[in-house]
Design a binder for this molecule. Structure first.
Ligand code: ADP
Length: 549
């Protein structure tokens, strides 16, 4: 109780802006009561021998102004002065006013009623600060009822009653205010607890509390769940924690605690493994803080959380999986864009085979058979190259199988795959300075980058006159560049900013996924290289850089 009251005084003196905001919202209601409070003073004018000129009236009016002014000032300045106690001013005012009513003999009969009325208004003032109905009831019980009752006892000198009541009244206000703050605090505390529980539940955190004096510990439900236990299946004890921590991690965990106690680190944070009921090890991140000390400065309670970070590992795996799916869908989209060209390109050798077959059936000339067989072989080879290329291109792999590859071969194979698309869009492909350079890479992944880049260049320049895409290689000591330059005159600044952002596309819905460049860049980086846009010789260019071996 004593501690609570101290807290109350501290709070009253350091009101927070939120509290002020709450009061400000109640301003219209409280002002209304203030006006009501004023009314009796003005009605006094109507009472004979108590007119506008009387000293008594002026004094009462002064008291009223004091109440109203005090109240308004308290509302306006409580934030600035940070003194909520100022809010007691109206109560003092009411007290002052009622005292006046009762000490002036001329106004003997009306005084008690007006006094009670004034007191009621003040009660309402104070209560509106709290807006708690039971505060009102409380003040009725503490102040109004005894005061009113006291009037029943004629033999008690009125002045004495009032003086006594003044003390009661003041204490009443303080109690109300205290109860109000307590209620708000416990409501805030309840809300805070609810929020904290919600956060803890949704964040999968288990909590623990360790009483350092008695060595008692409390593990919450989630703490136990992480290790596969029901609430009742594992006892709350320090020994249990020690038993379940991986023997290799125990010293590290204890050292982290000692470091924290000695002030070497601001928080207790340590990773260790704990044994699950099934027998497997659960990776845990434990964080903690000492929240209470005794008078001598000895730590009392050590509170903290447990987080099972295998959840993160699982999330990471899910994310990788999703990424893989995206890569695949981007490949399929590129494939879809090339489908028409592929069909056309396969039809050509098929037509050759079919013609050759006819020729074979009709001709009996010497040497024709060999020639036709050769044509068929070549066409079949062409078809299988295309089909193989497509099959490899759509392959989904979760890890790169890097090996020494000739970049020239990869580039040539890619050009072959893309050639038909270029032809159908009237874009000339110009290989330039292709050289035999070895790189350590997954050839299919590098091919995917090249297909994306060349495909983009073809799409951007499709159906235009004199459009071309140049594929050039440049080698320095440690790096090799593959430059895909096209007849475009550079990309707009607003597009450049977003080029490598996933899902950024300027293409029609269904035509572009916006994933090509972002995936290509991440593949290049995974190979220790880079992929960048550049304006080269006034033309749009994408430069793929890879380390040579
Ligand atoms: P998508 O091709 O599906 O749109 P990308 O990530 O491959 O996705 O490309 C993103 C955007 O970059 C394209 O929509 C286009 O605006 C721009 N872009 C890419 N390559 C070129 C190029 N050679 N010329 C002009 N703009 C290009």
């Amino acid at each position: 109780m004593e501690k609570g009251f101290k807290l109350f005084l501290k709070e009253a003196l350091e009101s927070s802006p939120e509290t002020f905001e709450e009061k400000r919202q109640q301003l219209p209601t409280t002002l209304l009561f203030a006006v009501l409070f004023f009314l009796p003073y003005y009605t006094l004018i109507l009472i004979p021998n108590y007119g506008i000129d009387s000293i008594q009236f002026k004094e009462d009016l002064f008291a009223g102004n004091f109440v109203l002014g005090g109240f308004v000032l308290s509302i306006l300045f409580s934030k600035k002065l940070k003194k909520d106690i100022v809010l007691c001013l109206p109560a003092f005012g009411a007290l002052f006013a009622s005292y006046h009513f009762l000490t002036h003999q001329e106004f003997h009969t009306a005084r008690p009623y007006i006094w009670v009325y004034a007191q009621l208004c003040t009660i309402i003032f104070v209560t509106t600060l709290g807006t708690l109905r039971w505060n009102l009831i409380l003040i009725f019980l503490i102040v109004t009822i005894p005061t009113t009752l006291s009037f029943q006892y004629e033999h008690i000198v009125l002045k004495d009653v009032i003086e006594r009541q003044a003390v009661v009244y003041f204490i009443g206000i303080v109690i109300i205010y205290y109860v109000y703050r307590q209620t708000v605090s416990s409501k805030e505390l309840r809300q805070f607890n609810e929020k904290a529980n919600l956060i803890l539940n949704s964040s999968e955190l288990g909590t623990w509390q360790w009483n350092l004096q008695t060595n008692e510990v409390i593990f919450d439900k989630r703490w136990k769940e992480i290790l596969g236990y029901d609430e009742a299946q594992i006892e709350n004890s320090y020994e249990n924690w020690e038993k379940l921590v991986h023997p290799e991690d125990l010293d590290k965990s204890k050292a982290a605690f000692t470091d924290y106690l000695e002030g070497k680190v601001p928080h207790y944070e340590v990773k260790f493994r704990m044994k699950h009921k099934d027998g497997h090890w659960v990776p845990i991140i434990s964080k903690g803080k000492i929240l209470e000390w005794d008078q001598q400065g000895n730590p009392l309670f050590f509170n903290g959380t447990h987080f099972d970070f295998s959840i993160l590992e699982k999330l990471q795996a899910d994310l990788e999986n999703e990424k893989l799916k995206l890569v695949h869908s981007s490949k399929l989209a590129t494939l879809g864009q090339m489908a028409a060209g592929v069909a056309h390109e396969i039809n050509n050798p098929l037509a050759i085979i079919s013609n050759a077959n006819l020729l074979l059936k009709r001709s009996d000339k010497e040497g024709t058979k060999e020639k036709v067989a050769q044509q068929i072989d070549q066409s079949v080879e062409r078809i299988s190259k295309i089909v193989n290329g497509l099959r490899k291109f759509t392959r989904v792999s979760d890890d790169f199988s890097k090996q020494r590859n000739n970049l020239h071969t990869i580039v040539s194979e890619t050009l072959e795959l893309i050639e038909f698309k270029a032809k159908s869009e009237f874009v000339e492909i110009k290989p330039h300075n292709l050289q035999d350079v070895d790189v350590n890479c997954d050839s299919m992944e590098i091919q995917q980058i090249l297909v994306n880049l060349i495909n983009n260049a073809i799409q951007e320049n499709a159906q235009k006159t004199d459009s071309w895409v140049q594929v050039e290689m440049k080698k320095s000591d440690e790096l090799v560049e593959v430059i895909i330059k096209d007849s475009g005159k550079g990309i707009e600044d607003s597009v450049i900013e977003n080029l490598f952002n996933p899902f950024f596309t300027t293409k029609e819905v269904g035509e572009g996924t916006g994933l090509g460049l972002s995936i290509s860049r991440s593949i290049a980086e995974q190979h220790g290289g880079s992929l960048n846009y550049e304006l080269r010789d006034g033309h749009t260019a994408f430069v793929l850089t890879l380390p040579v071996v």
